[in-house]
Design a protein around this ligand. Structure first.
Ligand SMILES: Cc1cc2nc3c(=O)[nH]c(=O)nc-3n(C[C@H](O)[C@H](O)[C@H](O)COP(=O)(O)OP(=O)(O)OC[C@H]3O[C@@H](n4cnc5c(N)ncnc54)[C@H](O)[C@@H]3O)c2cc1C
Length: 395
């Protein structure tokens, strides 16, 4: 590729920003600048909110992106493979099971704690001399130039960049600076997240239980633990968060099914997340692109958000990598046109899915048997579900 005098600047050092910096470097870009308001040191790990106490289910596709970056082995040092997904619904007999061997793959995906994901990404970024990390620092203003953007940083510095990448989260101020508005949909629901010790092996099974209040997922983690993600109305989630350990364990065991999941031990720190769907009304402008949570924040049902972003960024890096002028609108439009279908499908599927759980009868009742994580880990199922949920295919 032709070298550009001006760098590409990524605002935001969360999952999306760090991954995109590495993908750009893989495409041969020599000048990438990454700006993040929180400290980014290996001693402490990245302090970005992306890397809180959550865990992320990575699909096989996302793992192959990490493999291309040479990070797969390191990532798997502290991750648990998903070999089976078991989906069940309270009040309904039967379990839907998906097994890696039946799909002819070694694993359906892997679950990794966000902190470890952050360490792996950040250590690769810091080792790369072609990425200039400015942290703690912040983009405070961005002005369009004839060819590029002029960016003002909190420390008073200004930079001229060939492409401005807004990876600054759902409340993105950079998105606004680019003149792009966003639609927000507050679902009124929250997710409770915690790690739970198990007294017997999980055998690499991900359990997904659909309750009338919302979905409860227990994902396999390294070191004899499960990652709990329990979604429901705010009051219900607040009550669960406040329960003593023993009472919470009893609730999980009773609702997830004592005969299905391994006996549970201690519960780690609990955090809650509001579930607000966000959609940028546009994702590209001349010399600017909006990615990750800033572009689309979807319901965590199905573990879709970061996997969708990884697919976006992989293509964006390729398009930009081939271009003489990476910020040119026709380059960015080629990217967004190619990504529209996948983004729309995930948006619709994750919007519909929680609603479907609340419907007791009706044509979609049995689609509740379809999996959370499974939707992303098993593309054919995801496609089939999305088609059904959107009414494209009859059940
Ligand atoms: C409960 C829950 C469970 C989830 N589970 C899964 C899962 O299993 N699988 C999956 O694929 N996805 C999952 N997701 C989605 C995933 O977490 C998101 O896709 C991911 O966090 C997006 O990261 P991001 O970097 O775009 O945004 P963020 O994490 O919001 O990061 C934005 C960054 O920008 C920085 N920033 C803010 N302002 C500025 C500025 N002015 N200048 C520079 N930087 C700035 C912030 O400090 C932050 O570091 C889940 C989400 C939730 C809530």
């Amino acid at each position: 590729m032709t070298q550009n005098a001006k760098p590409i600047l990524i605002a935001g050092g969360g999952m999306a920003g760090l991954l995109f910096a590495l993908l750009l470097r893989q495409q041969g870009h020599h000048q990438v600048v990454l700006v993040e308001p929180m400290a980014m040191t290996l001693a402490e790990g990245p302090l970005s909110p992306s890397f809180d106490a959550r865990s992320t289910a990575l699909s096989a596709g996302t793992l192959s992106i990490f493999a291309r970056l040479g990070l797969y082995e390191t990532l798997l040092e502290d991750a648990a493979a998903i070999k089976t997904v078991e989906v069940s619904r309270k009040g309904r007999l039967g379990i839907t099971r998906m097994r890696a061997e039946e799909e002819g793959v070694p694993a359906l995906g892997a679950v990794v704690e966000n902190r470890w994901l952050g360490q792996v990404l950040l250590s690769a970024v810091l080792q790369d001399t072609g990425i200039r990390v400015l942290a703690p620092n912040k983009v405070v203003a961005a002005k369009r130039l004839v060819e590029g953007y002029q960016v003002e940083l909190e420390d008073g510095d200004t930079l001229e960049v060939s492409l401005l990448v807004a990876a600054d989260g759902a409340q993105s101020s950079l998105r606004q600076s680019m003149g792009i508005s966003a639609q927000y949909e507050d679902t009124g629901t929250f997710a409770l997240v915690a790690n739970v010790e198990i007294l017997e092996s999980h055998h690499n099974v991900a359990w997904e239980r659909f309750l009338p209040t919302g979905p409860l997922a227990l994902l396999p983690l390294s070191q004899q633990r499960l990652a709990l993600i329990w979604m429901g109305p705010k009051d219900y989630i607040d009550e669960l968060k406040a329960l003593p350990d023993a009472a919470l364990v009893e609730q999980i065991t009773t609702l997830a099914g004592e005969d299905r999941i391994p006996p549970l031990g201690r519960v780690g720190g609990r955090i809650t997340h509001p579930l607000i769907a966000t959609k940028a009304v546009a994702q590209v402008v001349p010399y600017g692109v909006v990615v990750g949570n800033a572009a689309h924040t979807v319901h965590p049902v199905g573990g879709q958000g970061f996997n969708l972003t990884a697919r976006d960024l992989s293509l964006l890096a390729e398009e930009v990598g081939d271009a003489q002028k990476p910020g040119e609108l026709q380059v960015l439009e080629r990217y967004i046109q190619a990504r529209e279908k996948d983004q729309a499908m995930i948006r619709h599927a994750t919007k519909w899915l929680p609603d479907l759980f609340r419907v007791e009868f009706g044509p979609f009742a049995h689609t509740r048997q379809l999996g959370l994580v499974a939707l992303d880990l098993w593309p054919s199922l995801r496609t089939a579900f999305a088609q059904r949920a959107m009414g494209v295919r009859h059940v």
